[in-house]
Design a protein. Structure first.
Length: 200
């Protein structure tokens, strides 16, 4: 994984949606508004005393609706926005779930150097495939049943440790490591904006 990705796919609208817009696609402002409204709805659905079952369903959103659906909604939104931050955390989890052994290997290689970020991320030591998979669920769950800013900071810390490990491995990809650092910076900035009440 270079960074939680940004696939470029067109938005798809069925005949009903097309007719509602007079046979034309929604304009960019409408598309942006829909993306931000969807992100707000997802966050609000998991907060305010939601049941553990609801939180678990929101964590598994990619499995239920598909990564392409979320990409259509959120991948093109600014990185330092609510939909942009959610997109990055969901894609980070999807990457970990898809290749936990790789994630664990890169994380383990980086945690001795990036000790502060290792402590923030909260991965069990030593980290294995099960541990990083569990952490990805706990971080995403924290968006809904904990402090959203803290959850974003934990995701960012995980990215920084992985980036450090990735760059240090013999077969490491320095470009991909740098991209992961960029993702961490965006998540940290989003956490600050959330605390300031400015993450839209």
């Amino acid at each position: 994984m270079g960074e939680p990705g940004r696939p470029r796919r067109p938005l798809h609208f069925g005949p009903d949606a097309m007719e509602a817009h007079g046979g034309t696609l929604p304009d960019p402002a409408e598309t942006a508004a829909a993306a931000h409204a969807a992100a707000q709805t997802v966050v609000e659905a998991g907060r305010g005393g939601a049941s553990p079952e609801t939180t678990a369903r929101l964590v598994r959103l990619v499995e239920d609706v598909g990564i392409d659906t979320l990409a259509q909604l959120w991948a093109d939104r600014p990185a330092r926005s609510l939909p942009g931050a959610l997109w990055r955390v969901y894609v980070l989890r999807a990457w970990i779930q898809r290749g936990p052994e790789v994630a664990a290997r890169e994380y383990a290689a980086g945690m001795a150097v990036a000790q502060v970020n290792h402590a923030i991320a909260g991965v069990v030591d030593p980290p294995g495939a099960d541990e990083v998979r569990d952490l990805s669920d706990r971080i995403l769950g924290g968006i809904f049943d904990g402090d959203l800013a803290v959850a974003l900071e934990r995701a960012a810390a995980f990215c920084r440790v992985v980036a450090t490990g990735r760059a240090s491995l013999d077969d490491g990809d320095v470009t991909a490591a740098a991209a992961m650092v960029g993702t961490a910076e965006d998540l940290e900035a989003s956490a600050r904006l959330w605390r300031a009440g400015s993450l839209d």
